[in-house]
Ligand binder design. Structure first.
Ligand code: FES
Length: 238
């Protein structure tokens, strides 16, 4: 493989630069080279001032979500060879930029915390562990795979303008617990989202589902919760 790719990288330090600029870096394409490996190459050999987030390098930690050639992706699992001769790399859209490709995730984590992302239980703690059948575990398989990369959060136009709306990442996490056979907090959770700013703010645009690098569908989770809210209201439980 004897080919050079141009990385066109968003650069900005908000304390110094009134507007962003784009900087080009030439990278020699080698087999298996990911976008993250290319960024590390730049950082270690060309430009020590480039900032980006990464940790696991194996699509597990969710740190390296970026907007690559117009799509939210994980830099560590995106092969450079699939992206053409010029690759545009920008921070996740609609999140404040701290520097270059590093965004401020404060609102993301605030929304995540509001859904109480842990089991709510009333019964006495078992001596050892809370058991779950394989069939029940299967029901939450998809949503357990979420790595909190914020690719869905940053792609949801309703999440951008309605600060009260919990958005696809937090709501997907809420559904993960509602659908968990061991959780007993369904009513409490649904109360939080049984409003216009709650699940009904979702207009089923599917942006979040399209952008999820783990192929999870927050849209489906939100529709399921809408049904549950209707049913509980119908039966007078909500
Ligand atoms: S570095 Fe952990 S998901 Fe990419």
């Amino acid at each position: 493989m004897d080919k050079t790719v141009t990385l066109r990288v968003y650069r900005r330090d908000p304390d110094l630069d009134p507007a962003p600029k784009y900087q080009n870096y030439q990278i020699e394409l080698t087999p298996g080279l990911t976008v993250l490996m290319a960024l590390y190459h730049v950082l270690e050999n060309v430009d020590k001032t480039l900032s980006f987030r990464a940790s696991c390098r194996s699509a597990v930690c969710g740190s390296c979500g970026m907007h690559i050639n117009g799509k939210n992706r994980l830099a560590c699992e995106t092969q450079l060879s699939t992206l053409g001769n010029e690759v545009l790399i920008e921070p996740l859209p609609h999140l404040p930029v701290l520097k270059d490709l590093v965004v401020d995730m404060t609102t993301f984590w605030e929304k995540y915390e509001r859904v109480r992302p842990y089991l709510i239980t009333m019964k006495q703690d078992p001596a050892k562990e809370r058991l779950q059948s394989p069939a029940d575990r299967k029901k939450i398989d998809e949503y357990i795979d979420c790595i909190l990369c914020a690719c869905c959060h940053s792609s949801c136009s309703l999440d951008w303008w309605d600060k009260e709306y919990l958005g696809p990442a937090a709501l997907g996490k809420m559904y993960r617990f509602i659908a968990d056979s061991r959780d007993e907090g369904e009513l409490e959770r649904l109360r939080l989202v049984a409003s216009e700013e709650g699940v009904f703010r979702c207009h089923t645009l599917f942006n979040c589902t399209e952008e999820c690098p783990k192929k999870i569908s927050p849209t489906f989770a939100i529709q399921e919760m809408k049904k549950r809210v209707f049913f509980k209201k119908l039966t007078g439980k909500l």
